[in-house]
Write a protein that binds this ligand. Structure first.
Ligand code: IMP
Ligand code: MG
Length: 186
């Protein structure tokens, strides 16, 4: 039997174009290069899965010797609601002690995920650790946290594309759009 899809019908309204994202990622790379100009070892650590496209584009713009690594934590289920329970599903492979770390996230929403991950990684005594996020929704914040490098500040809307999903779909969209649920259908 076919597994039913667990998302109501919706449409996606464009928010950030592919071109606008590319320009911003390039500018962010210049900011990051300036910040880490003297680095001896920079590990770019991406939070799976939402950051994978952003991170792939970002590291290709970075004219610095970088290593890449990934970790995965669970913060959201397949719903548009946040959960405060942050669990490590996949840890970094690198030992970050004494290294420079750029922690790359797709979106900062309530702030719980990144706060938790930052504290966990800080305990491993990196030389420096900075936060980098493609998107920031400051109006949704429940714990105070901000990234040194932010791509775009966006309003309180549920977004998809450029790596970011709605119930695992739409990560492959080359742009970022907002999800609009179609009422009374489906
Ligand atoms: P936080 O712990 O509330 O800051 O949640 C951050 C995580 O929630 C992000 O890494 C995303 O995976 C997910 N998230 C937050 N807002 C959105 C959204 O608009 N679309 C898709 N995922 C989101
Ligand atoms: Mg995420």
């Amino acid at each position: 039997m076919k597994k039913p899809e667990n998302r109501p019908p919706y449409e996606i309204d464009p928010l950030l174009s592919q071109k606008a994202i590319a320009a911003r990622v390039e500018a962010m790379a210049r900011e990051i290069e300036a910040h880490f100009a003297d680095t001896e070892r920079l590990i770019v650590a991406g939070l799976l899965r939402g950051s994978f496209i952003f991170m792939a584009d970002l590291v290709r713009e970075l004219r610095l010797p970088v290593e890449v690594d990934f970790l995965e934590v669970s913060s959201y289920g397949d719903a548009m609601t946040s959960s405060r329970n942050v669990r490590i599903l996949k840890d970094l492979r690198c030992d970050i002690a004494g290294c420079d770390v750029l922690l790359v996230e797709d979106i900062i929403d309530t702030g719980h995920t990144l706060t938790h991950v930052r504290e966990m990684l800080k305990a491993r005594t990196p030389h420096r650790m900075e936060l980098c996020t493609l998107l920031d929704k400051p109006s949704r914040r429940e714990v105070e946290i901000s990234a040194l490098f932010t791509g775009f500040t966006i309003p309180d809307a549920f977004v998809v594309g450029y790596g970011i999903d709605y119930a695992q779909r739409n990560r492959n969209l080359p742009y970022v759009g907002t999800v609009r649920l179609l009422e009374g259908e489906g």
